[in-house]
Design a protein around this ligand. Structure first.
Ligand SMILES: *[C@@H]1O[C@H](CO)[C@@H](O)[C@H](O)[C@H]1NC(C)=O
Ligand SMILES: *[C@@H]1O[C@H](CO)[C@@H](O)[C@H](O)[C@H]1NC(C)=O
Ligand SMILES: *[C@@H]1O[C@H](CO)[C@@H](O)[C@H](O)[C@H]1NC(C)=O
Ligand SMILES: *[C@@H]1O[C@H](CO)[C@@H](O)[C@H](O)[C@H]1NC(C)=O
Length: 503
């Protein structure tokens, strides 16, 4: 799938100079701030816990997996010290190293790394038996019971956030946790990218309590993630998603097989390998329900207490990595890298792409602006909204006749990119909609859209980031190449219209 990075570059080139500009457009999405009591009623929380359980994923681990999941509590008991990023370290009080106590660390653990005091560079196994707890409970001798199919069963908990996006949309974000991440074998350099602990996620979107799609944002997401899947394209068991977990690095994929997710110096492909022969981790009955925020209007993250206090921790979950290897300057990573941040972040964002049915002659777009955006827009006297459809088409010169131009990820240089736009009246919090001709040409695709805001004097105020569109045709699996789409975007647009004024 082609993602927004090259589009952003192409568009910057396109947009510059063309628009009378008053403010420099900022594409930064706003992010929620901390600081609210749990806002929902007990009934609502029970309903959301039931929804999380209803769609609890079945994770299929690889037959080659050695680094199994655990609960957060399992790992907290086993850290040895806490290190500041600057190198200074301290021994935490034992009562801090619990799910209830982790937020008691100085400054909630900000700029700190929870650290084990045993060897933690698996190449590809741990040299010392004292490190073997990082194989996880199921990775111990006799740690798994086989099911009737002979495959092992794993029962560790999964952390399920529910994120109310308004208008009936609730995203369910299932975070999996592992004591250790085995990196990738890069020939004579060994396994690169190992880290203590690993957090990976699968995001489901529900509308009025019914699942409609999933986002497989493997590792840090991006170009090589599997991206957004329609529910009808997914493997399901009892209407619950099946997800395949890559051996060692735990990326979550919709299918078994080999998945290239990154490239080091165009030399080594980093590959996630999943299969359908390993242990089964059915999370039904094991999802810890977590409320994320006060909803899109307040957009404040919930303060968690009690046995969810660990969600307030602001640091990293594993030891500091190395930077001293000779190849660091070349590839940017050594055998061991820093432990990852926790899961209480990244939400309130739209899916990787906005799933939309195909349109023939005319595209239509409908969308909402967040309260945050309308408050800013009204101060800036916004009266007009311009909908910009991003069209893209492979350059004919690069095409062999039999080649499907969209089958591989294309570079910016292989594409023509152009914008088509339509002006509509600013309508505040109400739904905006407009239509414009489909992108012209048989291989063209309506690849993304964005919006820009204009004021009563005809000045350009600000332009949003891009949202990628995935187009499907009724009755056909997957996505299609189409110059037009009916985009009904349920995620409010949220971004900073103004450069924050320096005080
Ligand atoms: C928009 O959201 C940001 C936080 O992401 C906040 O700092 C800002 O004050 C908000 N602006 C308005 C007008 O609500
Ligand atoms: C939530 O936590 C923040 C610190 O992260 C604190 O400033 C705020 O007062 C807390 N809010 C409530 C309602 O407890
Ligand atoms: C590292 O940072 C911590 C927290 O800010 C501070 O207490 C400590 O003195 C610093 N150590 C060094 C070596 O700068
Ligand atoms: C918005 O319009 C009002 C009334 O015409 C004017 O006083 C104000 O300066 C305008 N604000 C901006 C940011 O243009």
């Amino acid at each position: 799938m082609i993602l927004s990075s090259w589009l952003a570059v192409a568009l910057l080139a396109l947009g510059a100079g063309a628009l009378p500009q008053r403010q420099v457009p900022l594409f930064k999405e706003t992010t929620p701030v901390h600081g609210a009591d749990v806002p929902s009623t007990p009934e609502r929380r029970a309903e959301m816990a039931a929804l999380l359980d209803k769609y609890a994923p079945v994770f299929k681990l690889s037959k080659n997996e050695r680094f199994f999941p655990s609960s957060v509590a399992f790992m907290l008991e086993r850290y040895g010290y806490v290190q500041y990023k600057n190198g200074t370290w301290y021994e935490p009080k034992p009562e801090w190293m619990t799910p209830e106590g982790l937020d008691q660390l100085p400054r909630r653990g900000k700029k700190q790394l929870l650290s084990v005091d045993v060897p933690f560079n698996a190449q590809p196994l741990f040299p010392d038996p004292e490190s073997s707890f990082m194989y996880g409970p199921a990775g111990q001798e006799g740690g798994m019971e086989p099911g009737p199919d002979g495959r092992g069963r794993v029962h560790d908990e999964v952390y399920g956030f529910w994120v109310d996006q308004g208008r009936g949309v609730v995203d369910l974000i299932y975070w999996t946790f592992y004591p250790y991440n085995l990196g990738k074998d890069v020939g004579s350099l060994g396994c690169l990218g190992n880290h203590v602990t690993d957090w990976e996620r699968l995001i489901l979107r529900t509308v009025d309590g019914v699942a409609v799609s999933a986002d497989f944002n493997t590792h840090s997401g991006g170009k090589f993630s599997a991206g957004t899947y329609r529910w009808s394209d997914m493997e399901l068991i009892d209407d619950r998603p099946v997800a395949y977990v890559a051996s060692g690095s735990h990326g979550i994929w919709p299918t078994p097989g080999k998945h290239v997710y990154a490239q080091l110096l165009n030399l080594w492909a980093l590959v996630d390998v999943t299969d359908d022969y390993g242990p089964i981790w059915d999370s039904k009955g094991h999802v810890v329900p977590i409320e994320y925020w006060t909803g899109p209007d307040g957009a404040k993250k919930v303060n968690h207490t009690g046995d969810l206090s660990w969600l307030q921790f602001k640091g990293a979950w594993g030891n500091k990595g190395q930077t001293s290897c000779w190849w660091h300057a070349l590839v940017g990573i050594c055998q061991v890298v820093d432990g990852p941040p926790g899961p209480n972040r990244l939400f309130g964002q739209p899916p990787d792409c906005i799933i939309s049915p195909k349109a023939e002659e005319v595209s239509s777009y409908s969308f909402y602006l967040s309260k945050n955006v309308t408050t800013q827009a009204e101060k800036l006297n916004v009266t007009t909204v311009v909908i910009e459809q991003v069209c893209a088409r492979p350059r004919a010169s690069n095409l062999k006749p039999e080649e499907d131009p969209w089958a591989k990820a294309l570079d910016e240089k292989d594409l023509d990119v152009w914008l088509m736009s339509e002006t509509v009246q600013y309508r505040g919090r109400e739904q905006h909609s407009g239509s414009l001709p489909a992108c012209d040409g048989s291989r063209s695709v309506a690849k993304a859209y964005r919006i820009s805001l204009w004021d009563d004097k005809g000045y350009h105020v600000s332009t949003s980031g891009l949202r990628v569109i995935c187009i499907y045709e009724e009755g056909r699996p997957g996505y299609v190449v189409s110059g037009g789409a009916h985009v009904d975007d349920l995620d409010e647009w949220r971004w900073w219209l103004l450069r924050p004024t320096p005080n």
